[in-house]
Design a protein around this ligand. Structure first.
Ligand SMILES: Cc1cc2nc3c(=O)[nH]c(=O)nc-3n(C[C@H](O)[C@H](O)[C@H](O)COP(=O)(O)O)c2cc1C
Length: 224
């Protein structure tokens, strides 16, 4: 066990309040231009971009600082095909009725279907795993805390970092997605959470108008 060791706070850059407002707005403006991309080109993205974005994700706060995430980064054509084939099999059953009427109705404005060619065309698939516990043996088994929340924050930072680098992304969640443990060779103690598809939008990519319909500030925040 590590004992508590206090270190001095590392000051953030000194800014005026006006500069803080401007920077917060500039970041918000930039993030509002992010859109889920469902048609990717085969154009490459340097591995260094993905590494830097993963470092941003890995800096996320996490319950008890356990950092309960693992990112399997897939670029090999064989692994991408394996993921596409398994995902489309699940998605065919999902869109064929397993999802239920209500879920399918909610998805209708997005125009998504069982075909997932982007799983092959996009240069990078980042498969995110949540680690409910660390260690395989009973004696060194360590439970993690607030795993879902922690992994969600890390994924948010990852998507934001990729967007800032000019990389298009899609969160893809085939349902169910246990096949990802097999393809990515991850232990059963890890739960696959999502695939973050990363690359460049295809020239003919479109977005569903529905995606632009975001709740206004008054609806998503209250002030006490
Ligand atoms: C947890 C989660 C799961 C998602 N799963 C899928 C998916 O499997 N396939 C897909 O096309 N989009 C998926 N999306 C993307 C959403 O449909 C998209 O974020 C939403 O329609 C809003 O559009 P925007 O991202 O362009 O703002 C998912 C998003 C999240 C956060």
């Amino acid at each position: 066990m590590h004992e508590h060791e206090p270190l001095p706070w590392q000051p953030y850059p000194p800014l005026s309040d006006a500069e803080r407002v401007a920077r917060a707005r500039a970041f918000g403006d930039s993030m509002r231009t992010r859109r889920s991309c469902r048609a990717f080109s085969e154009d490459s993205v340097p591995r260094e971009v993905i590494e830097a974005a993963l470092m941003a994700a890995g800096s996320a706060p996490s319950g008890a600082n356990r950092q309960p995430w693992h990112f399997s980064v897939v670029a090999s054509p064989e692994a991408k095909i394996a993921i596409r084939v398994a995902a489309e099999e699940e998605e065919q059953a999902f869109y064929g009725g397993r999802a239920g009427r209500e879920w399918l109705e909610a998805l209708a404005p997005l125009g998504t279907k069982a075909d997932k060619p982007y799983l092959e065309t996009a240069p990078w698939l980042i498969v995110v795993f949540a680690q409910r516990r660390n260690g395989m043996r009973a004696e060194d088994l360590q439970h993690n805390y607030y795993v879902t929340e922690s992994v969600g924050i890390a994924c948010g930072l990852l998507i934001a970092a990729l967007h800032q680098a000019g990389i298009a992304t899609l969160v893809h969640t085939p349902s169910p997605m246990r096949f990802l443990n097999r393809v990515c060779q991850r232990p059963e103690t890890e739960k696959p959470v999502m695939i973050i598809v990363a690359g460049h939008a295809a020239p003919d990519a479109t977005i569903p108008a529905h995606a632009l319909d975001k709740k206004p500030l008054e609806q998503i925040a209250s002030w006490l």
